[in-house]
Every structure is written in C-alpha cells, then in structure tokens.
Unconditional design. Structure first.
Length: 78
C-alpha cells in the first residue's frame, strides 16, 4: 500500500483479529493492518488473475458420485 492510498475502517470478527494478531508476532510485519493488507492484496491478485483455486478436475458430478458411494458404505447419513 502506498502512502498516497486513503484508508477506511473495516469490521472483522474478533476471532479473525485474534488469529491475525498471533500470526503477526511470528512475522516481520509492523502491524496487523500491514499483514492484512498484504494478505488481501495477494488473495485479490490471485482471484483477479484466476489462480486462486487451481482446477483439479473435480466437479459437482464427481462430488455427487463420491457422496453416493460414501452413503452406500455407511460413512454418511442418507
């Protein structure tokens, strides 16, 4: 984030803030805000470039078939 960017407040669940604060302690980021900015920029870049979730060839039809097999084996309730 450049110094010319304006900032705004965004509310996050306390559990997320706690996790970020713990993680920041193990990094070289100066603040939770700097860490969150970095993470969000990285995630947004990947989403915008279409690389956030690699295509592993697994689709809804595969999921339905797997669910059916697991139900038949008694691993899932029907």
């Amino acid at each position: 984030m450049s110094h010319s960017d304006t900032t705004t407040t965004l509310e996050l669940p306390r559990s997320i803030v706690d996790r970020v604060e713990r993680r920041v302690e193990a990094t070289e980021f100066d603040s939770p805000e700097a860490y969150v900015t970095y993470v969000l920029e990285d995630v947004l870049y990947r989403v915008e470039e279409g690389s956030a979730a690699p295509n592993d060839g697994f689709d809804r039809a595969d999921e339905a078939e797997m669910r059916g097999r697991l139900e038949a084996l008694g691993y899932l309730d029907e």
